[in-house]
Ligand binder design. Structure first.
Ligand code: NAD
Length: 309
């Protein structure tokens, strides 16, 4: 077990991965930020003509966030002074570099098979002592590590950051069945003391704690909107400040999360819940399917319920 975490690798440079990497850099940790796509961006004119349904292109849009870290413009989210602590790269070309870090955090697409394949790949270069965590919104920790060795499983757990990672205080730590208690305790303490988070220990249940409640609430709101024909503005008016919650607690949250990720999160819970439970709530509402068909998947594509200006 490392005495401290000096070097980390974030795998997946989308909405969450780029934000987590920025947070780590800002607290002094040297961070590799790896993706399946090159860190370079599509030229502007090519991006403008690209179809958003193409997952590859969507991911390139998401990777713009990497560029944010390198920009010279000061912003509250990304301090340029720390940008050179982040080294972007490609997961294929730079895989062996994972052998040099104290902590690997996986932040790729919310899909069990994709995550399992990545863990098998990571284990080829992983050294005992390196902690490996997932930022999954709710996939089982036990299932994700199913094809890895017991030694790897002892070093593996969930560290679930909330969006945006820099500002959201909550972080769920989710030990798996075989996670070493010392490693769970070390990560809990590290996330509290070094990353400044308020850690809640969660059990390895579908969507853990916060997302089981949060996803449920958002889905019920969207379905009620469809049923009653309410507009985005009307729903915001009743679910925002009037209820003591932030302005646009519903739709800006969904745009920020990414509608594709939100649908994955809901579907994963649906697949795991038994019949006769609240399962039906977790089916994606029509409006999300219609928006996804147009490529309107939230801020990362430039358009969700709101247009990104
Ligand atoms: P995203 O779609 O914005 O980004 C995912 C990134 O992973 C993309 O850049 C993609 O190219 C990359 N990727 C996919 N497969 C890869 C692989 N095999 N190797 C390397 N890179 C790969 O997704 P996101 O919103 O950042 O979500 C990432 C994870 O964090 C998911 O598990 C999600 O459930 C979780 N999460 C998301 C939010 C949120 O608000 N979006 C909040 C908390 C947790």
């Amino acid at each position: 077990m490392p005495k401290s975490i000096r070097k980390a690798a974030v795998i997946g440079s989308g909405v969450m991965g780029s934000g987590i990497a920025a947070h780590l850099a800002n607290v002094g940790i040297e961070t590799l930020l790896l993706d399946i796509i090159p860190a370079s961006l599509l030229p502007e004119e090519e991006a403008a003509n690209a179809t958003l349904e193409d997952a590859k292109v969507r991911n390139r849009f998401a990777s713009r966030a990497v560029e944010k870290l390198k920009k010279a413009n000061p912003s509250p989210l990304y301090s340029p002074a720390f940008a050179d602590r982040i080294q972007p790269g490609n997961v294929e070309d730079d895989l062996t570099k994972l052998g040099e870090v104290d902590w690997i955090i996986e932040v790729i697409v919310e899909n069990l098979q994709a995550k399992q394949q990545l863990y098998s790949k990571i284990e080829q270069v992983w050294k005992p002592g390196t902690i490996v965590t997932s930022n999954t919104s709710g996939i089982s920790i036990k299932e994700m590590a199913a094809h890895t060795s017991d030694e790897f499983k002892a070093h593996f757990l969930g560290t679930h950051f909330f969006n945006p990672p820099r500002y959201m205080k909550l972080l769920e730590v989710i030990p798996g069945e075989k996670t070493s208690p010392e490693i769970s305790e070390f990560m809990k303490s590290f996330c509290e003391k070094t990353l400044g988070k308020g850690v809640v220990l969660a059990k390895d249940t579908p969507n853990f704690i916060a997302n089981r409640i949060g996803t449920y609430g958002l889905l019920v709101t969207l379905k009620e909107m469809e049923r009653s024909g309410l507009s985005v503005e009307e729903v915001d008016a009743v679910t925002g400040p009037a209820m003591g919650r932030p302005k646009s607690a519903t739709f800006r949250t969904l745009d920020l999360v990414g509608l594709d990720t939100f649908v994955h999160v809901a579907q994963n819970v649906f697949d795991l819940l038994p019949d006769g439970s609240e399962k039906e709530v977790f089916t994606p509402p029509q409006i999300l399917k219609q928006m996804a068909a147009k490529g309107w998947i939230g801020e990362k594509s430039g358009q969700g319920f709101f247009k990104k200006l």
